[in-house]
Design a protein around this ligand. Structure first.
Ligand code: AMP
Ligand code: MG
Length: 476
């Protein structure tokens, strides 16, 4: 094999490595929770996209050699996190197989985030994988996570994508890349499952204390913490439902304790309204279909309760009782969050009895007429509705009486543009060929989704009626 030398800062590139995220509190957890990680340099790193606004927020500088994983300065203590998870219902041992947590950044108002590389090479938890990622899926995560943020949905963010100049082997040879992800934390339901199942005495308590310090400093008991997670998840999934987002792989290792959307693998937005919408090629049973997301979240929260159980009470029966009290509140909490989101979409700022029927009837009509989800809400007007919706319109008009600014409310809650799968694919394809024009144009529009003054042109058009069903893939 021909030895390859990798460009490092000492090669005269003049890169400063003064990182404002040298803190790494994860090191305070028992050692089983992580593995310290060396850099795996790549041959020709190139910055493909850098998120200036996000970087400014966290005081981060464009350091190619760091965000390519080519060099980890001594001031950092990068690590891969261990976790477990239920994948499509089956318990599995996992961990960061292709990610490295660089450290934590702080902003000027006391906020703190994890800075993590994704696609940065093999780790102890890689199993059979190569630890790498391909360029198009990393750009896709960048685009969709930034779109979610602009839609007002809690999410991990994307700081940059660096192409590696190396190929990754998938079904074909693809250009490789590394995404830098910013997250409130990378604690998952699966991290608690790992702690409960495999770590040593006291590890679960340590993890709980860590999570409480990080996310819920006011909590004094595990029940308060668990209740907080339930509320954040209910609110998150209600927001997904409201914009027609299908996460696609709601395994418990992809459920963040912070309540942020995490893992943009097979996700996609629904075009025509169909509650059974599934995009992921491997989700044959439709486990993670659009309409199943609230129930799957309930299931995932039950898994978290099982992991946390010993901390609820020493006596098992009592512990179960306390955990169940919290878990049983989820359906109602979700329902209320969902109704609030959906009411806002039809211009209602209050909740009244019968609103659930009003929304359900509208969705039934959209299903019946195969209406485009986003554009139907975008174009809803109390004075003119699509043909076939007239009876519903009468009910709606009655309900709108007393609303001071129904139309204004609707404009704030119904985006004019979402990441349309066919547009995203076209932008990614061009970016893969080296032309970022369409990607940047799409990103720019997706950052401004509620601006009705803007002409979004073809980017807000649904796909052609005869377009084949859209499919997404894992293992990217
Ligand atoms: P995901 O489906 O992206 O949530 O990934 C599930 C697990 O597989 C996680 O533990 C990942 O770290 C790991 N994984 C995914 N892709 C790779 C890869 N190319 N190499 C190593 N591990 C991977
Ligand atoms: Mg994942």
């Amino acid at each position: 094999m021909i030895p390859v030398t990798y460009p490092l800062p000492s090669d005269g590139y003049g890169v400063r490595l003064t990182m404002p995220f040298s803190e790494q509190t994860y090191l305070n957890l028992p050692p089983k929770f992580f593995q310290r990680q060396e850099a795996h340099p790549v041959s020709s790193p190139e910055m493909r996209i850098w998120n200036h606004a996000l970087a400014d927020e966290w005081g981060l500088e464009e350091e190619l050699f760091l965000f390519s994983g080519n060099t980890f300065p001594d001031t950092l203590a990068p690590l891969a996190q261990a976790y477990a998870g239920h994948q499509f219902g089956q318990f599995t041992m996992l961990g960061d197989g292709r990610a490295v947590l660089l450290g934590e950044a702080e902003n000027t108002v006391g906020g703190k985030v994890d800075v993590q590389l994704k696609g940065s090479g093999r780790t102890r938890y890689s199993r059979g994988g190569d630890g790498r990622a391909a360029l198009e899926p990393m750009l896709r995560e960048y685009l969709i996570s930034e779109a979610m943020h602009a839609l007002g949905i809690p999410t991990t963010r994307s700081l940059c994508v660096v192409s590696t100049g190396e190929k990754v082997v998938r079904e074909e040879m693809l250009p490789g890349a590394i995404l830098t992800r910013i997250a409130a934390s990378h604690l998952r339901v699966g991290t608690f499952e790992f702690a409960a199942q495999f770590a040593e005495e006291g590890a679960l308590e340590s993890l709980l204390r860590y999570a409480i310090t990080r996310h819920d400093p006011e909590c004094t008991h595990v029940a308060d913490f668990y209740q907080g997670v339930i509320e954040r998840q209910a609110s998150l999934v209600a927001k997904w439902m409201a914009v027609g987002f299908v996460h696609g792989v709601m395994n418990t290792d992809n459920v963040a304790i912070s309540g942020e959307t995490i893992d943009y693998g097979p996700c996609a937005f629904m075009d025509r309204y169909d509650p059974e919408t599934v995009f992921s090629s491997i989700d044959q049973q439709g486990r993670y279909a659009y309409a199943n997301q609230p129930q799957i979240t309930h299931w995932n929260l039950a898994v978290l309760a099982s992991a946390l159980l010993p901390l609820f009470d020493e006596e098992e029966g009592r512990a179960e009782e306390l955990a169940r009290e919290c878990l049983d509140r989820y359906p109602q909490i979700f329902r209320a969050a969902w109704q609030k989101e959906m009411n806002a979409k039809i211009g209602l700022s209050t909740l009244q009895e019968g609103d659930d029927r009003l929304v359900a009837d509208l969705l039934d009509l959209m299903h019946k007429y195969q209406a485009d989800y986003t554009n139907t809400f975008r174009d809803l007007d109390p004075q003119s509705v699509p043909s076939g919706f007239e009876d519903w319109q009468l009910q709606w008009q009655k309900r709108l009486v007393g609303e001071t600014d129904g139309v204004g409310e609707m404009k704030k809650h119904n985006p004019a543009v979402i990441p349309r799968n066919h547009q995203v694919e076209a932008a990614l394809h061009a970016a893969g060929e080296g032309d970022m024009t369409k990607f940047n144009q799409l990103l720019d529009q997706l950052k401004d989704p509620y601006n009705r003054e803007r002409n979004f042109g073809e980017l807000s058009d649904p796909p052609p009626a005869d377009a084949p069903a859209y499919r997404t893939f894992c293992g990217t």
